[in-house]
Ligand binder design. Structure first.
Ligand code: FMN
Length: 453
């Protein structure tokens, strides 16, 4: 019997503040206006995407007191944006990145259960821990919680949130025969949770939402992050959009999930990727290089290297060679609000030096060459083929796609690539599920009412 063809899962990422979004491009629209979010989400829904995705940054990134050039556009609040998008879409999932280090389980559970109600079962939470102390300065407790403890808190937060979601059962609302009114059972929403991070008890205000448990994504690739995701997440937003790293990551996570007692298919791997289309392959490649040139300024290139070196490299010439000096991992972090931690700084620095030397590249050129997480470049037919093959060969279960051009970038993909994916039988032509969980092919979770006091 042949294995059934995998369906490609697609998320639409509306770029926030990073060097992938060319917000200064003459054709770029606002990244704050509702119309930009609305246009991208409606386009994604037109293309039968699974979900719309927002990252979150709780701090404007800065270096030596200067906010990054790419960040000045700012980021509005994720959940507020998703709630507004719920009103102008019907089937599209709504995925928001929210931090477990600086938020409380009770409010997180309420927010996502509410979004799930308002959207008719389309809410998803991308659980992140963040890693630098600076973000905490914006919050009541300051820069608390050692990075080593963040996954302990994330795990306890997620368990608490799920327990709160489970604290109402469908049977908790009963029709009173005499009055004809609907009443809550006396113990509806009751919970008592005690752990190393929280001692909370009371009643949860939001009745069970359409998905029961909104979809959980996770982003973070350390061993702790992988273990956490394999045990608890429905999907991973992965940085591995290229082979062979992608297939290694895929196998690692699926086997960890199986070891944790789950089915391999219960967790979906979704790398972030960008795309560039052309009428011919040569045109697409030329466009891709022009976009990369625009995205990676000299300042951006040095800042990206500083994330690895953890040293002030501002004295280096971006058009010169990669620094010969070694990284300094033990010094206090020099960049605030980074989006990615390099696990092995020495090996990464050495690899960049070797690539630069072999290909005769400057700092800026090596960043352009090596810092692309995954780009789908070619004619629409080639890009459809690349996506389908990558997924069928278990590089991933789909992609979270971002365009460099907000908000119009996704239109071209939906107009030209989506019909080809549909022709190949790799993408739905109509939504069939009632909820995001259904559309993603994830198991439905029955309420266990585990938190009941
Ligand atoms: C692909 C990817 C996207 C991420 N997006 C965000 C984000 O939008 N906001 C955020 O605070 N952290 C984000 N993170 C970082 C997470 O905060 C994560 O917790 C961090 O990488 C530390 O986990 P780790 O040590 O397991 O990698 C992202 C990480 C990855 C790999």
């Amino acid at each position: 019997m042949s294995t059934p063809r995998k369906q490609v899962i697609l998320g639409a990422y509306l770029g926030g503040v990073n060097h992938h979004t060319a917000w200064w491009h003459p054709e770029a629209g606002s990244q704050i206006d509702f119309s930009s979010f609305e246009h991208t989400a409606r386009t994604a829904e037109r293309g039968k995407f699974d979900f719309f995705f927002l990252a979150e940054g709780l701090i404007l990134r800065e270096r030596a007191g200067r906010i990054f050039d790419q960040d000045i556009i700012g980021r509005p609040d994720t959940l507020t944006v998703l709630a507004s998008i719920a009103a102008v879409t019907e089937h599209l999932g709504l995925a928001g990145t929210i931090n477990t280090t600086f938020n409380e389980p009770y409010e997180l559970a309420r927010q996502f259960a509410s979004l799930d109600h308002l959207s008719g079962g389309r809410a998803a939470w991308n659980v992140v821990t963040s890693f630098d102390a600076f973000t905490g300065q914006n919050f009541r407790r300051g820069g608390f919680l050692d990075p080593a403890d963040r996954y302990a808190r994330a795990e306890e937060t997620l368990n608490a949130v799920r327990a709160l979601w489970d604290s109402w059962d469908a049977a908790d609302i009963v029709a009173d025969k005499g009055s004809g009114r609907f009443l809550a059972r006396p113990d509806a929403g009751a919970f008592a949770l005690h752990g190393s991070q929280f001692h909370i008890s009371g009643r949860f205000t939001v009745p069970r939402s359409p998905q029961g448990r909104p979809v959980i994504l996770q982003a973070g690739v350390s061993p702790q992050g992988r273990a956490f995701a394999a045990a608890s997440a429905d999907a991973i937003f992965s940085p591995f959009g290229k082979q062979p790293e992608a297939a290694d990551f895929y196998r690692d996570i699926k086997s960890r999930a199986v070891a944790a007692g789950r089915a391999a298919d219960d967790i979906k791997i979704l790398p972030s990727a960008s795309f560039v289309l052309g009428d011919t392959e040569a045109e697409a490649i030329e466009k891709y290089h022009a976009i990369r040139e625009e995205q990676v300024t000299g300042q951006t290139a040095l800042i990206l290297l500083e994330q690895i070196w953890n040293r002030d490299l501002s004295g280096y010439d971006p058009e010169g060679p990669v620094p010969a000096i070694d990284p300094d991992p033990d010094a206090p972090p020099i960049i605030q609000g980074r989006a990615f931690v390099h696990q092995d700084r020495f090996a990464t620095a050495e690899r960049l030096r070797q690539v630069a030397e072999a290909k005769k590249l400057s700092v800026r050129e090596v960043v352009i060459d090596q810092f692309e997480r995954g780009a789908l470049v070619g004619t629409p037919a080639q890009v459809a083929e690349q996506i389908d093959t990558f997924v069928q060969e278990d590089g991933s279960d789909g992609f979270i796609l971002g365009s460099h051009l907000v908000p119009w970038g996704l239109d071209e993909f939906v107009d030209k690539v989506v019909p080809l994916l549909q022709e190949r039988g790799a993408l739905r032509t109509e939504y069939t599920g009632a909820t995001l969980r259904d559309n993603l092919g994830l198991p439905n979770v029955r309420s266990t009412v585990a938190a009941r006091a």
